[in-house]
Design a protein around this ligand. Sequence first.
Ligand SMILES: Cc1ncc(COP(=O)(O)O)c(C=O)c1O
Length: 398
Amino acid sequence: MSGTPRDTHGGPDPLRALGLDRLRRRTSMKWRTYPEDVLPLWVAEMDVSLAEPVVRAVTDALALGDTGYPAGTAYAEALAAFAADRWGWDGIAIERTAIVPDVMLGVVEMIKLVTGPGDPVIVNPPVYPPFFQFIGHMDRKVVEAPLGPGQRLDPAALEERFREATAGTGRAAFLLCSPHNPTGTVHTATELAAVAALAERYGVRVVADEIHAPLVAPTAAFVPYLGVPGAERGLSLMSASKGWNLAGLKAALALAGPGAADDLARLPEEVGHGPSHLGVIAHTAALRDGRAWLDTLLTGLDTNRRLLAGLLAEHLPAIRLHPAEATYLAWLDCRALGLGDDPAQVFLDRGRVALSSGLPFGTGGAGHVRLNLATSPEILTEAVRRMAAAVPDTRAGS
Ligand SMILES: Cc1ncc(COP(=O)(O)O)c(C=O)c1O
């Protein structure tokens, strides 16, 4: 990261605050999709206790009955200050931001601003499955430019797709996932500048989903897409949702580069009716006052990444773990286990552990699973034990 010392006084590790009994009382998707005997490490919710400033801001609002409609620019201002502090980027102009209901609806609205029905939208599989669903739902055409070696952006594949995609109406968008879900790849400034140059050359509009930006390990540096040279016509979506586990408190921000200001200005007024006022309050508090909590979380995630690598090496050495530099997701290549295209189903049926199937992530997803490691070391250890038990032949010593 950009040289800013990390505050290490964020309180106890939020990943260790809640035991399984309390987690099972949660009513969200992660905990209510599977029966009680299944350990859930799938959907991107974290098993954390929330940052105290977020809890305080929301409970204060509730006590005051401050539950109306959102107003003002506090969220954007908090993000701008966070971006300057964390990423050394002071490029967020408040007048080029808009509050949107959440990141995916923001992605849809940004793509609508720069393309029309039937136009192509390029994505980099394996990638977050809703990219395919939302693009299809809005009558655009998904075009795959798979990640290249090392799960990194492949400029040659992108160029080819950009060229083909703009051969029709001339309009096309590239939906960039930065950092990348599920591989945890952190795109470098050089890679992003190459994307911007290609996009300009072919007239492709870039929409960057940067929801995982706060969740970059101390060993890597997040580079905001709109901060790279040539990205002036880009659009970005940011949110505190993944970093602070606020998916249930809906609010996200759309950002426009200087060359996309006119596009963002065309965002229909009614889109601003979607975000929740409590969501805006929560996200603002997280970005402004939740940085120490985030640092403690990042340390815990780092510990869990190392723990997972060790557990897999010991109990399931045939699995290849892609070393992630961001997100709390682990992308596991299970092809050598011989469990077929959908090993997640085997781990669920035989091991009673729920992981995300790699199949809906598009090309490159078959034979893979995505594991959510934002949990306690105890639960993570138990999950790998269950996975190993589902594949008896590969257990150490057996
Ligand atoms: C890359 C990416 N984009 C968007 C989302 C969803 O964000 P939201 O709930 O704000 O739509 C997620 C959730 O995991 C994600 O990983």
